[in-house]
Ligand binder design. Sequence first.
Ligand code: 3BY
Ligand code: FES
Ligand code: FE
Length: 415
Amino acid sequence: MTALGTIEASELVARRPVGHSLEAAFYTGREFFDLDIAAIFAKHWIFVATEAELPEPGDYLTTTLGDYSIIVLRDDEENIRSFHNVCRHRGARILDQQRGSVGNIVCGYHKWTYGTDGALRHAPSQPPGFDPGCFGLKPVHARSVAGLVFVCLADEPPRDFADVSARIEPYLAPHRLREAKVAAQVDLVEQGNWKLVMENNRECYHCDGHPELLRTFFPTYGYTDANLPARLRPAHERYLRVDAELRAICDDSGLPYRLIEELDTRATGFRIQRDPLDLAGESFTADGKAACRRPLGDVPTPRLGHLSLHLQPNSWFHVVSDHAVTFSALPIAPDRTLLRTTWLVAPDAVEGVDYDLETLLKIWTATNEQDAHLVARAQQGIGSPAYEPGPYAPTEYQVEAFCNWYIGRLREHLR
Ligand code: 3BY
Ligand code: FES
Ligand code: FE
C-alpha cells in the first residue's frame, strides 16, 4: 500500500477523465513528484538556460532536476555542453555554486580535475596503470536552439526534438538571442506543484487578474469566435485590425508568424505564434512602447507584437522587438516550484542609457506575482479532502493539452 491509500499511481493515471483537472494526489503526493522527475524531467528536453548566460569559454551554471544536479557550460571550443555534477572518484558534487567561470572543472574533495570537455585530466597520486580515459564526467545531452539551451537526461532523448528545433528556429533566429545580453534573472518560489504553475500559464481565463499585462496582451487569447464572451468583442475587433497589420509587416519582411500548435501529439509538445500587442504594439510596457532603445536582432519595425513559444513540459517564452523573456518552472517539492524568469536585451544595450531596468521588468514581475498567488490558492484548495476534479472551459484547451500530454507521457513510462 502506498501513501495514496489503496489506489496506486498507475490507476490514477489510467483513469484520468479527459477535460477535467487532475486528482489531488497528482499535485500533493511525493509519489507523483518522484514519478514526474523520472517520467517527465529525466526523459524529455528541458530548457535550462540561455546562451547569453554563458558568454565565455569556461562559463558554467548548475541546475537541479529532482535528485539530479547538472553542469551546463561553454567549453574551450565555445560549444555548449552538459555533465552530471557528480565526481567520478567518490561521487562528490563538483561545482556547488549556481554559476561561475572555470579553466578546468575541479572537484573540491580530492582535486580530480576535468577539462571543459569532461575528460579527466588529472587525478593526484593514482597508481601506474590508472586509466583516466575511463573516468570522464558523465555527459548529459545538450542542444542550443537559436540561443535557448535544452538538456535531456535520458540515454535516448525524444527523437522529434530535431524536427521541433528546425521548425521554431526560423521564428526565433531574427532576434539573434545567441548574442543577446542578460538584463536580469529573477527566481520566484511558488507555493504550488509545478503542474499548477504550468496549467495556470496555459490559459487566459484568469487574465482579469493581470491588469498591467492586459494593457497590451489581448485578453482574447485562447478564445475562438464561437466561445468569445460579449465583453471581449471590442478587444477582439481591435485584435483583428492589428493582426492584419502585423501579418502584412511579417509577409513583407519574411518573418514567420503563423500558429503551429502540436501541444499533445508528440513527445516534444510545442506551440509557436507571433501575435499582435495592443496600444503601441511594440513591447510589454504600460503604453506598449519599447522599453529598450536598442532593437533585439534584425527587426524591420518595433511594432512586431510578441513571438510566443510554449513548450512541454515546463517552459514558455515571449520575444518582442526590444527584449525577450524566458520562463521555466522547476519542481522543488510536491507543493513548491521555482519559476525562473530571464530578461534578454540587445548586446549593446546599456542599462540606465538605453533602458530603465524597472520599466523593463515591471509587467512580467507583476504578472508572475499575481500568478504565484493564484497557484498558491489552487494548491491550498486542492489540499482539502473536499476537492474533486472540475471541468475545463473551452478557452482552457491548452490546459487540457498540457494534462493530456502529461498523462500520455506517464502512461508511456508506466507501460
Ligand atoms: O505567458 C503566457 O503565455 C500567457 C500570459 C497570460 C496567460 N498566458 C497564456
Ligand atoms: Fe571528487 Fe574525490 S570525490 S576528487
Ligand atoms: Fe496569469
